[in-house]
Design a protein around this ligand. Structure first.
Ligand SMILES: [Zn+2]
Length: 267
Protein backbone atom coordinates (compact mmCIF):
# COMPACT_ATOMS: atom_id res chain seq x y z
CA UNK A 1 0.00 0.00 0.00
CA UNK A 2 1.60 3.24 -1.07
CA UNK A 3 -0.95 5.82 0.00
CA UNK A 4 -3.33 5.89 2.94
CA UNK A 5 -5.99 8.55 3.35
CA UNK A 6 -6.05 10.13 6.81
CA UNK A 7 -9.45 11.44 7.82
CA UNK A 8 -10.84 13.17 10.93
CA UNK A 9 -14.59 13.12 11.55
CA UNK A 10 -15.66 15.68 14.10
CA UNK A 11 -18.91 16.84 15.67
CA UNK A 12 -19.68 20.49 15.05
CA UNK A 13 -19.18 21.78 18.63
CA UNK A 14 -15.62 20.37 18.66
CA UNK A 15 -14.66 21.38 15.12
CA UNK A 16 -12.33 24.24 16.10
CA UNK A 17 -10.23 21.98 18.32
CA UNK A 18 -9.98 19.16 15.75
CA UNK A 19 -8.49 21.21 12.90
CA UNK A 20 -5.12 19.52 13.41
CA UNK A 21 -6.48 15.99 13.86
CA UNK A 22 -6.06 14.57 10.34
CA UNK A 23 -2.49 15.95 10.16
CA UNK A 24 -1.74 14.31 13.48
CA UNK A 25 -3.21 11.01 12.22
CA UNK A 26 -0.88 11.25 9.21
CA UNK A 27 2.11 11.86 11.47
CA UNK A 28 1.24 8.76 13.52
CA UNK A 29 0.84 6.56 10.45
CA UNK A 30 4.13 7.86 9.03
CA UNK A 31 6.04 7.35 12.30
CA UNK A 32 4.89 3.77 12.88
CA UNK A 33 5.25 2.87 9.18
CA UNK A 34 8.85 4.03 9.23
CA UNK A 35 9.75 2.39 12.53
CA UNK A 36 7.64 -0.79 12.70
CA UNK A 37 6.57 -1.74 9.19
CA UNK A 38 4.35 -0.12 6.57
CA UNK A 39 0.68 0.48 7.31
CA UNK A 40 -1.17 -1.93 5.05
CA UNK A 41 -4.66 -0.42 4.81
CA UNK A 42 -5.98 2.29 2.44
CA UNK A 43 -7.20 4.72 5.10
CA UNK A 44 -7.35 5.70 8.76
CA UNK A 45 -10.23 7.59 10.34
CA UNK A 46 -10.13 9.31 13.74
CA UNK A 47 -13.72 9.92 14.83
CA UNK A 48 -14.66 12.39 17.58
CA UNK A 49 -16.76 10.01 19.67
CA UNK A 50 -16.07 10.89 23.29
CA UNK A 51 -14.43 7.50 23.65
CA UNK A 52 -11.29 5.50 23.02
CA UNK A 53 -11.68 2.39 20.90
CA UNK A 54 -9.86 0.76 18.04
CA UNK A 55 -11.27 -0.82 14.91
CA UNK A 56 -9.51 -1.61 11.65
CA UNK A 57 -9.07 1.69 9.78
CA UNK A 58 -11.29 3.62 12.21
CA UNK A 59 -10.74 4.72 15.81
CA UNK A 60 -13.14 6.34 18.23
CA UNK A 61 -11.47 9.11 20.15
CA UNK A 62 -12.39 11.84 22.61
CA UNK A 63 -11.01 15.15 23.83
CA UNK A 64 -9.38 17.90 21.85
CA UNK A 65 -5.96 18.98 20.66
CA UNK A 66 -3.44 18.78 22.31
CA UNK A 67 -4.80 16.54 25.09
CA UNK A 68 -6.20 13.92 22.70
CA UNK A 69 -2.80 13.17 21.19
CA UNK A 70 -1.94 10.24 23.44
CA UNK A 71 -5.33 8.66 22.78
CA UNK A 72 -4.99 9.08 19.01
CA UNK A 73 -1.51 7.55 19.06
CA UNK A 74 -2.76 4.63 21.15
CA UNK A 75 -5.91 3.79 19.20
CA UNK A 76 -4.20 4.14 15.83
CA UNK A 77 -1.21 2.16 17.14
CA UNK A 78 -3.58 -0.78 17.66
CA UNK A 79 -3.77 -1.11 13.90
CA UNK A 80 -0.20 -2.47 13.97
CA UNK A 81 -0.57 -5.23 16.51
CA UNK A 82 -4.12 -6.49 16.54
CA UNK A 83 -4.86 -4.84 13.17
CA UNK A 84 -1.92 -6.10 11.10
CA UNK A 85 -0.01 -8.66 13.14
CA UNK A 86 -3.37 -10.11 14.17
CA UNK A 87 -2.91 -10.73 17.91
CA UNK A 88 -5.71 -12.25 19.95
CA UNK A 89 -6.52 -9.79 22.73
CA UNK A 90 -8.68 -12.22 24.68
CA UNK A 91 -6.08 -14.97 24.72
CA UNK A 92 -3.09 -12.73 25.54
CA UNK A 93 -4.03 -9.07 25.94
CA UNK A 94 -0.40 -8.13 26.53
CA UNK A 95 0.42 -8.88 22.88
CA UNK A 96 -2.09 -6.30 21.73
CA UNK A 97 -2.66 -3.72 24.49
CA UNK A 98 0.90 -3.91 25.84
CA UNK A 99 2.63 -3.55 22.49
CA UNK A 100 0.22 -0.73 21.67
CA UNK A 101 0.98 1.02 24.97
CA UNK A 102 4.66 0.75 24.06
CA UNK A 103 3.80 2.45 20.74
CA UNK A 104 1.89 5.19 22.60
CA UNK A 105 5.01 6.57 24.27
CA UNK A 106 7.09 5.81 21.16
CA UNK A 107 4.78 7.81 18.87
CA UNK A 108 4.37 10.75 21.27
CA UNK A 109 8.12 11.05 21.71
CA UNK A 110 8.85 10.79 18.00
CA UNK A 111 6.19 13.32 17.00
CA UNK A 112 6.14 15.81 19.89
CA UNK A 113 9.42 15.17 21.72
CA UNK A 114 10.06 13.69 25.17
CA UNK A 115 7.75 16.15 26.94
CA UNK A 116 4.01 15.81 26.46
CA UNK A 117 2.20 18.75 24.93
CA UNK A 118 -0.89 19.47 27.02
CA UNK A 119 -3.32 22.34 27.60
CA UNK A 120 -1.54 24.86 29.86
CA UNK A 121 -2.76 24.89 33.46
CA UNK A 122 -5.16 27.73 34.30
CA UNK A 123 -3.38 28.34 37.60
CA UNK A 124 -0.29 30.56 37.35
CA UNK A 125 1.30 28.68 40.21
CA UNK A 126 0.93 25.31 38.48
CA UNK A 127 2.17 26.73 35.16
CA UNK A 128 5.35 27.91 36.83
CA UNK A 129 6.04 25.10 39.26
CA UNK A 130 4.55 21.94 37.78
CA UNK A 131 7.21 19.72 36.25
CA UNK A 132 6.94 18.89 32.54
CA UNK A 133 5.22 15.57 31.88
CA UNK A 134 7.54 13.09 30.21
CA UNK A 135 5.67 10.88 27.74
CA UNK A 136 7.47 7.70 28.76
CA UNK A 137 6.92 8.27 32.50
CA UNK A 138 3.24 9.19 32.21
CA UNK A 139 2.33 6.49 29.73
CA UNK A 140 4.54 3.64 30.88
CA UNK A 141 6.92 3.72 33.84
CA UNK A 142 4.94 5.43 36.60
CA UNK A 143 2.00 3.07 36.24
CA UNK A 144 4.23 -0.01 36.19
CA UNK A 145 6.53 1.03 39.03
CA UNK A 146 3.66 2.04 41.32
CA UNK A 147 2.25 -1.50 41.30
CA UNK A 148 5.50 -3.40 40.88
CA UNK A 149 6.87 -1.86 44.10
CA UNK A 150 3.83 -3.19 45.94
CA UNK A 151 4.00 -6.58 44.17
CA UNK A 152 0.59 -6.11 42.57
CA UNK A 153 1.61 -6.96 39.01
CA UNK A 154 0.88 -10.35 37.42
CA UNK A 155 2.76 -12.59 35.00
CA UNK A 156 2.02 -11.31 31.48
CA UNK A 157 1.50 -14.72 29.95
CA UNK A 158 -2.03 -14.88 31.34
CA UNK A 159 -5.44 -15.26 29.66
CA UNK A 160 -7.60 -12.10 29.86
CA UNK A 161 -10.35 -13.93 31.76
CA UNK A 162 -7.89 -15.01 34.45
CA UNK A 163 -7.42 -11.42 35.60
CA UNK A 164 -11.11 -11.55 36.66
CA UNK A 165 -11.77 -7.95 35.72
CA UNK A 166 -10.36 -7.13 32.35
CA UNK A 167 -13.04 -4.55 31.59
CA UNK A 168 -12.36 -2.65 34.82
CA UNK A 169 -8.59 -2.96 34.34
CA UNK A 170 -8.41 -4.36 37.87
CA UNK A 171 -6.62 -7.30 39.54
CA UNK A 172 -3.41 -6.57 37.68
CA UNK A 173 -5.01 -6.37 34.23
CA UNK A 174 -3.61 -2.88 33.71
CA UNK A 175 -0.19 -4.53 33.48
CA UNK A 176 -1.00 -6.07 30.17
CA UNK A 177 -0.44 -2.41 29.20
CA UNK A 178 2.28 -1.04 31.47
CA UNK A 179 4.37 -4.06 32.35
CA UNK A 180 4.48 -5.21 28.73
CA UNK A 181 5.49 -1.75 27.54
CA UNK A 182 8.15 -1.55 30.26
CA UNK A 183 9.44 -4.96 29.13
CA UNK A 184 9.78 -3.70 25.55
CA UNK A 185 11.61 -0.53 26.60
CA UNK A 186 13.86 -2.74 28.71
CA UNK A 187 14.50 -4.94 25.70
CA UNK A 188 15.53 -1.80 23.81
CA UNK A 189 17.86 -0.91 26.67
CA UNK A 190 19.36 -4.39 26.60
CA UNK A 191 19.84 -4.66 22.84
CA UNK A 192 20.59 -1.04 21.95
CA UNK A 193 18.44 1.10 19.67
CA UNK A 194 19.26 -0.24 16.21
CA UNK A 195 19.36 -3.96 17.04
CA UNK A 196 16.08 -3.59 18.94
CA UNK A 197 14.33 -1.81 16.08
CA UNK A 198 15.64 -4.28 13.51
CA UNK A 199 14.54 -7.22 15.68
CA UNK A 200 11.07 -5.70 16.13
CA UNK A 201 10.83 -5.21 12.37
CA UNK A 202 11.86 -8.83 11.88
CA UNK A 203 8.99 -9.88 14.17
CA UNK A 204 6.49 -7.65 12.34
CA UNK A 205 7.50 -8.75 8.84
CA UNK A 206 7.68 -12.43 9.80
CA UNK A 207 4.31 -12.52 11.55
CA UNK A 208 2.22 -9.87 9.77
CA UNK A 209 -1.35 -11.20 9.39
CA UNK A 210 -0.19 -14.52 10.87
CA UNK A 211 -1.65 -14.33 14.42
CA UNK A 212 1.48 -15.02 16.52
CA UNK A 213 1.66 -15.81 20.24
CA UNK A 214 4.27 -14.93 22.86
CA UNK A 215 6.37 -17.97 21.90
CA UNK A 216 6.55 -16.65 18.34
CA UNK A 217 7.55 -13.15 19.49
CA UNK A 218 10.24 -14.53 21.79
CA UNK A 219 11.54 -16.87 19.09
CA UNK A 220 11.69 -14.21 16.38
CA UNK A 221 13.63 -11.78 18.61
CA UNK A 222 16.10 -14.51 19.61
CA UNK A 223 16.37 -15.68 16.00
CA UNK A 224 17.23 -12.18 14.78
CA UNK A 225 19.60 -11.11 17.57
CA UNK A 226 21.35 -14.48 18.02
CA UNK A 227 21.18 -13.73 21.75
CA UNK A 228 19.81 -16.25 24.22
CA UNK A 229 17.18 -13.97 25.72
CA UNK A 230 15.18 -16.75 27.36
CA UNK A 231 16.27 -15.57 30.82
CA UNK A 232 14.83 -12.13 29.99
CA UNK A 233 11.51 -13.34 28.56
CA UNK A 234 11.07 -16.02 31.25
CA UNK A 235 11.24 -13.39 33.98
CA UNK A 236 9.03 -10.80 32.32
CA UNK A 237 6.40 -13.12 30.91
CA UNK A 238 6.13 -15.88 33.48
CA UNK A 239 6.99 -14.28 36.83
CA UNK A 240 6.42 -11.15 38.91
CA UNK A 241 10.10 -10.56 39.57
CA UNK A 242 11.04 -6.91 39.10
CA UNK A 243 13.95 -5.25 37.38
CA UNK A 244 16.93 -4.92 39.65
CA UNK A 245 20.21 -3.85 38.16
CA UNK A 246 23.44 -3.84 40.13
CA UNK A 247 26.58 -1.91 39.29
CA UNK A 248 29.59 -4.16 38.72
CA UNK A 249 32.10 -1.43 37.86
CA UNK A 250 32.48 2.29 37.24
CA UNK A 251 35.37 3.57 35.16
CA UNK A 252 36.28 7.16 34.33
CA UNK A 253 37.21 7.55 30.66
CA UNK A 254 39.87 9.88 29.31
CA UNK A 255 37.38 11.56 27.00
CA UNK A 256 35.39 14.47 28.53
CA UNK A 257 35.70 12.99 32.00
CA UNK A 258 32.81 10.63 31.25
CA UNK A 259 32.00 7.62 33.37
CA UNK A 260 31.40 4.14 31.99
CA UNK A 261 29.12 2.06 34.16
CA UNK A 262 28.77 -1.69 33.80
CA UNK A 263 25.52 -3.21 35.01
CA UNK A 264 24.33 -6.68 35.89
CA UNK A 265 20.84 -7.94 36.62
CA UNK A 266 20.14 -9.08 40.17
CA UNK A 267 17.08 -11.16 39.39
ZN1 LIG B 1 -5.86 -0.07 23.73
Amino acid sequence: MEWSKCIALVTEPHASKWQTASDYVAKIIKTFSQDFGMYEYPKMVAADANDGMEYPMITLDGGADPDFRGLLVHEIGHNWFYGMIGNNETYRAALDEGFTQFLTAWGLRKIDGDTMITTPDKSNYKRVFREPKLAIDRNIYFRYIYDAMRHLDKPLNTHSHDFHNALGHENGYSHVYYKTATMLYNLQYLLGDSLFLNAMNHYVSKWKFAHPYFEDFRQSIIEYTHEDLNYFFDQWLETTKTIDYGITSIRRTEKNNEYKIKLKTLW
